[in-house]
Design a binder for this molecule. Structure first.
Ligand code: OGA
Ligand code: NI
Length: 345
């Protein structure tokens, strides 16, 4: 058969259907090969940056392919996670989270004060992770948190550490693209993470109800899910819930509250939830990319001016996260802290 040059079928960008038309059925799918393959060009990176920019603006959610993370890592971690959760409650409780660190196993989580039906295991990406000792603004004491690792399955620690390394690489790449899409220098965000990031990874085991509607308080979240669907995203244009179809080798990326503040609302953190039916259990693994605890989160200077004044007053990343962590585990009689609470009139 004659070789066909596919290049001639590729339309000029302005004649291609817009992202929203292609993805009317779901969130945008973005091919990261311009930054993960060897043969790349400035124009390919430029096109990718634009694609990221419109996905961030229109959706706040997208899937990535050709992201450079070996599929075996995700498979191994999902498998290890299944093995861990299949143990007896008694065995799982041997690595329960406690006063010494929020890393570990727990059975119930409250999202916005409603109990979710799920089991969870949290690990910090860095050991130790520095955190404020209390949520009190005037208390500057810092504590060091370390991880608990389950004994079963045996290779868990290596699997999770290898996976976290890859997530971090991907997160930095995505933050560069997002920075460029906002007209900032590529490494603009790096300084907030390079020393003392408080990122963590969560193994979710959803039994029935999954996770209630919420926005992530991270800068960015990279989600891996198994083949059982359930994730739903609230579409910004019409407020409809859109089901995200799991693709075995893709990751789902969503913007969190911190990017919303940094970008002074140019990009928004989007509401999402996980719905699970009664018959099937579901495993998912979000990696939450967080800056150092003492980062003062506020709209970036480059993105504000007289016409576009800052919409938020500064807050400390670690104090905010600690408040949410405490609140997410206990039923509180008051509303949870939201970035909205830092909004300037
Ligand atoms: C979360 C979350 C979604 C999912 O844990 O923050 O949004 O699909 N999870 O498990
Ligand atoms: Ni979430």
């Amino acid at each position: 058969m004659e070789e066909v040059d596919h290049q001639e079928f590729v339309q000029e960008p302005q004649h291609r259907p817009s992202l929203s038309t292609i993805e009317a059925q779901g969130i945008p799918v973005i091919d990261l090969s311009p930054i993960t393959s060897n043969n790349t060009s400035p124009s390919a990176i430029d096109a990718l940056t634009k694609e990221i920019g419109s996905a961030c603006k229109e959706w706040g959610f997208f899937q990535v392919t050709n992201h450079g993370v070996p599929l075996s890592l995700k498979r191994n971690l999902l498998e290890a996670s299944k093995k861990f959760f299949s143990q007896s409650l008694e065995d799982k409780k041997k690595v329960s989270r406690d006063e010494s660190s929020p890393s570990g196993y727990y059975e119930s989580e409250y999202t916005k004060d409603v109990r979710d039906w799920k089991e969870v295991f949290d690990f910090f990406a860095k050991e130790p992770t520095l955190f404020p000792a209390t949520i009190d603004e005037h208390n500057h004491r810092v504590v060091q948190w370390t991880n608990k690792y389950p004994h079963y399955p045996p290779a868990f620690r290596d699997i999770i550490q290898e996976y976290i390394e890859e997530m971090e690489k991907l997160a930095y790449k995505l933050m560069e693209l997002i920075a460029m899409s906002l007209g900032l220098e590529a490494k603009r965000f790096e300084r907030f993470f390079i020393r003392g990031q408080t990122s963590f990874i969560r193994l979710n085991y959803h039994l029935a109800l999954g996770v209630g509607p919420h926005k992530d308080e991270s800068a960015l979240t990279i989600l891996a899910q198994d083949e059982v669907e359930g994730l739903e995203v609230k579409r910004k244009t019409n407020q409809e819930w859109i089901r995200v179809k799991p693709k075995s080798n893709d990751y789902i990326i969503n913007l969190g509250d911190i990017i919303q503040v940094w970008s002074n609302d140019r990009y928004e953190s989007v509401e999402h939830r996980a719905m699970v039916n009664c018959e099937s259990e579901r495993f998912s693994i979000p990696y939450f990319f967080f800056p150092a605890h003492d980062t003062e989160v506020k709209p970036l200077e480059e993105l504000i001016n007289d016409q576009n004044p800052p919409k938020y007053r500064p807050y400390k990343s670690g104090k905010f996260l600690l408040y949410r962590m405490i609140n997410d585990f206990k039923k509180q009689n008051k509303d949870n802290l939201q970035i909205h609470d830092y909004k300037l009139a």
